[in-house]
Design a protein around this ligand. Structure first.
Ligand SMILES: Cc1cc2nc3c(=O)[nH]c(=O)nc-3n(C[C@H](O)[C@H](O)[C@H](O)COP(=O)(O)OP(=O)(O)OC[C@H]3O[C@@H](n4cnc5c(N)ncnc54)[C@H](O)[C@@H]3O)c2cc1C
Length: 451
């Protein structure tokens, strides 16, 4: 999701291309327990929940990971389309020496290194000067955002950007709709200024979703388990799951469901959440990003395996999607749409996605490329009631509220997820790290009591 200009041709090859190696992670003893009660109950089985559960297990404490959906991974989900594994959620992530990438390596799960994004201008490989001009436009925008935030102006990003110039439409698209799934008038200067994200240069040949499932493979988990009520009983909390009569007792809870799901009231709390925290959840709606996968046989765009492309123009027409071409060296290509077109895909499904993908390719690379697509597979994160958007970001004026998500709730509930990361929010690596931090806090609540 981050722009890292590169000529793209001196790329490194895939590190591993073989069969999926869903190796068991090295975890502590608290695994094969048929629990209904647990030291720590983790709610939500995305990156944050998996990281939290692993940390609790590694500490030798009992855990139970409750996931409402059919599988672990959340917004990282690998599906099979056209007979090939394809990520319809996060398809790459940033390198973190102690976080997600280290966990994958520790479990012998295969990783791929991706090169930076290649620029195409009006269907042709961009000149060096275009990379420079585009990077300069992005840098200018970023400086204005930080300057406004430093001056205490938490306003809409659109209000502080410099007057339109060459490349500003493309730079704005990368900051807003293609980066966070929202228009620039819906983003907070403070929230963006605080964001420091390393470039996404890692992926996995088995799919990032499959990688996460591998990391959660040996956890004590229950899928199809939507939590609907959390009750504070003093020395412990009880957790109620739709369709299950018995409640689950927890000494601490890591709540790792998306912020917009909490804002929508999908989980009730007894006593209710503090009004300030509830208001904060409502101030972080999810942006729209949707993936559209399709086959493009014969490599008509002339791409290297796994090449990422920003097809752009120096004029006022902003790109509406980014492309990852020839996934794992196959004919599979994936477009990530952001903002309005992504909302259209979430609403109308694959027929709309097919039209958008064809139009995008025709406009960016010429008519023949668009016509070659006959069928697509598309995600619908924005309309999924368990997710409600790709990335949660602050509304203008509300950027300072993100800090509230790092505070404990009713002493024993710890929030985790991409929205709870302070700097690398909105990312897979940030979600993973926030899960580990929340689990460490939960373990401290348990103290030295019996395991
Ligand atoms: C299209 C798309 C592309 C993206 N690309 C990138 C990228 O390239 N790089 C990057 O770093 N990030 C990317 N992201 C963002 C990344 O996917 C997220 O930041 C990350 O996956 C969030 O993890 P999480 O654990 O916070 O939440 P999730 O993965 O959403 O996990 C939350 C889980 O909670 C479950 N849940 C919801 N309600 C309940 C309930 N009541 N009870 C129990 N469980 C419940 C959900 O089913 C879900 O599994 C992308 C996101 C999207 C949608």
């Amino acid at each position: 999701m981050t722009f890292a200009p590169s000529r793209g041709l001196s790329r490194r090859r895939l590190l591993a291309t073989g069969a999926a190696l869903l190796a068991a992670p090295a975890l502590g003893p608290a695994l094969a327990q048929g629990v209904s009660d647990a030291d720590v109950v983790i709610i939500g089985g995305g990156a944050a929940g998996i990281a939290a559960a692993r940390k609790v297990a590694q500490a030798g404490r009992s855990h139970l990971l409750l996931e409402a959906g059919a599988a672990l991974g959340g917004r990282a989900r690998t599906e099979t389309a056209f007979g090939l594994p394809v990520d319809l959620g996060a398809g790459s992530f940033g390198r973190d020496p102690e976080g997600l990438s280290a966990a994958a390596r520790g479990s012998d799960l295969p990783l791929t290194t991706l090169a930076g994004e290649r620029l195409f201008v009006e269907g042709h490989d961009a000149r060096e000067s275009a990379y420079d001009a585009f990077a300069a436009a992005l840098g200018r925008d970023r400086r204005e955002i930080v300057t406004a935030a430093d001056a205490g102006r938490d306003v809409a990003v659109a209000r502080v950007l410099p007057p339109p110039g060459p490349w500003s439409a493309s730079a704005g698209a990368c900051l807003g709709p293609l980066g966070l799934g929202k228009e620039l008038d819906a983003l907070s200067t403070l929230d963006l200024a605080l964001r420091a994200v390393v470039p996404d240069d890692l992926s996995s040949p088995i799919g990032v979703g499959a990688l996460l499932e591998g990391l959660g493979a040996r956890l004590n988990r229950q899928t199809h388990a939507p939590v609907n009520l959390i009750t504070n009983n003093g020395r412990f909390h009880t957790v109620s799951v739709t369709g299950q009569r018995a409640t689950i007792r927890a000494r601490a809870i890591v709540l790792a469901v998306p912020a917009p799901v909490i804002a929508a009231g999908a989980i009730r709390f007894n006593p209710v959440l503090p009004p300030r925290l509830l208001a904060a959840f409502r101030a972080f709606p999810g942006g729209a990003l949707e993936q559209v996968a399709f086959l493009l046989p014969g490599n008509p765009l002339g791409l290297q395996p796994d090449e990422r492309v920003l097809a752009t123009r120096p004029d006022a027409l902003a790109p509406t999607a980014r492309l990852r071409g020839r996934v794992n060296g196959t004919d599979l290509h994936v477009l990530t749409f952001g903002g309005a077109p992504a909302r259209q895909i979430a609403e109308k499904g694959e027929a709309a996605a097919l039209t958008l993908a064809r139009d995008f390719l025709a406009r960016s690379f010429g008519g023949g490329a668009g016509a070659a697509i006959t069928e697509v597979a598309a995600s619908r994160w924005t309309s999924d009631p368990l997710i409600r958007g790709a990335i949660a970001s602050a509304m203008p004026g509300q950027g300072g509220l993100r800090r509230l998500f790092t505070e404990p709730v009713q002493n024993r509930i710890f929030l985790a997820g991409e929205y709870a990361a302070l700097e690398d929010w909105g990312t897979l690596a940030g979600a993973w790290a926030s899960g580990e931090i929340a689990a460490a806090k939960a373990l401290r609540v348990l103290g030295d009591g019996p395991a």
